[in-house]
Every structure is written in C-alpha cells, then in structure tokens.
Design a protein around this ligand. Sequence first.
Ligand SMILES: Nc1cc(-c2ccc3ccn(Cc4ccc(CN5CCCC5)cc4)c3c2)n[nH]1
Length: 242
Amino acid sequence: MRIDVLTIFPDYLAPLSLSLIGRARERGLLDVSAHDLRRWTSDVHRTVDDTPYGGGPGMVMRPEPWGRAFDELVPAGVAPPRFVVPSPAGAPLTQSLAAELAAEPWLLFGCGRYEGIDQRVLDDAADRMPVTEVSLGDVVLFGGEVAVLAVVEAVTRLLPGVLGNAESLAEESHTGGLLEAPVYTKPPVWRERPVPDVLRSGDHGRIARWRRDQALVRTARRRPDLLAALPPGTLDATDQLA
Ligand SMILES: Nc1cc(-c2ccc3ccn(Cc4ccc(CN5CCCC5)cc4)c3c2)n[nH]1
C-alpha cells in the first residue's frame, strides 16, 4: 500500500517510521511519504491560509496549494488514490471503515489546520478521486495530523503480514462486535491481587466461556449500544448477562 500525507507539519508524521509501521515500511509492505503543503505555495511567505469569507474566528486553508499538490501527486491517467480527510464533520472511524481503507492500494491523506480547508478543495478532489471525510470522534483537535496517525495505525495493522501473530486478528473477529475481556499476565499474584483462577486452569473450554461472559458483561455495562447492534441470534442460550 502507498500512503501519501499532505500536511503543513510533516514532522507530526514522524511516528509512522517507528515500531510495527516502520518495520512494515522496511519490509516493503507499506510506502509512506509525508509532503509539506508549503512546497506548493507560490509566494515568498509560503502562505497557506487566509481569513474566512463571511467572517468568523480564525483562518481557513487556501485552495491553491492543495490544487497544485493534487496536480503533481495525482496526474490524469493514473489510477487515483482515495483522498482521506480527517474532519470533525467526517464519518466516524470504525473498524469496518478501517477495513475498507485497508483494501485500497493508495491512500492520500489531507491534514487540515486552522478552522479547516476551503470547501472547494474537497469539491475539486471529488472530481478526480473518491473522497472520504473521517472523524476520530466528537472531540475537536487542532488539525488532521493526529487523526491521520490513528487511521494509518488502524489500517496498516490490518494489512497482511504486518501483525506478527495472525491470531490477534482472528481473536478480534471472534469477539464478534463485543468489547474485549480483561487480560492478565505474570506474576500470578501482584500487590495481593491474584489472576482469576479460571485463566490458570488449563481448561480451554472454561476459559473461552469465561472470556465470552466477561466480554458480554463489559459490553452491557460500558457500551450497551454495541449489544443493541449485534446481529439477531448472536447471543445464545449459554450467554449470561450477569
Ligand atoms: N475527529 C476530529 C477531527 C478533527 C479535525 C480535523 C481536521 C482539522 C482541521 C482543522 N481543525 C480544527 C478545527 C477547529 C474548529 C472547527 C470548527 N469550526 C466551527 C466553524 C468553522 C470550523 C473545525 C476544525 C481540525 C480538526 N477534530 N476532531
């Protein structure tokens, strides 16, 4: 997968060179490039923003640098990327949206700043490539960079070969839309707190049932909306909603 990021703070994307994502890049599973939007400015001050038409607080990103960046990065005649733009007004980032994005051969991320990007940039982009505005949640950030890091992490961990053990992906699919059960490791007792005996019993059927029950109870308590969204028949007779 090819990933390009347009931003006025390319250093914000440095974490993409670390750890799993860094190794995926070294192994050629991923090709990530951050581009400074100011490369496509035309004035000596390298201006990317101006005051909003209609008034209002702050500044808005001007369209010209974005247009010139698209012209260079997405020339006519090549299969275009999907343009992913973090925004408070975007579609919620969910595991299913991450899976959809993970199937794309090329993602182009646009990081807005200030009060946002001139709408005509998104309209012009939509004439050349599919555009997806995405939100990390109902909270307002300073710009799109942090959201891009989150989306790139969610997407790249779904790419074949990026996660070491495929089991953890399989495990995720087994939770079937429920929250995870609590996890434990050594020591067996820590500050007088023991690990639940069932997890050290070696009885894998009992352990699986315990984990499912824990996942159900946690989901019912913390995210009843997820329970309501389960396909009919997901919960069977043995499920205990303690
Ligand atoms: N999930 C999530 C995503 C973001 C996000 C993503 C990109 C940008 C670019 C600039 N900002 C700051 C910012 C501040 C205020 C407003 C709201 N204003 C009200 C009137 C005009 C606009 C919008 C935007 C971003 C924020 N935040 N949270």
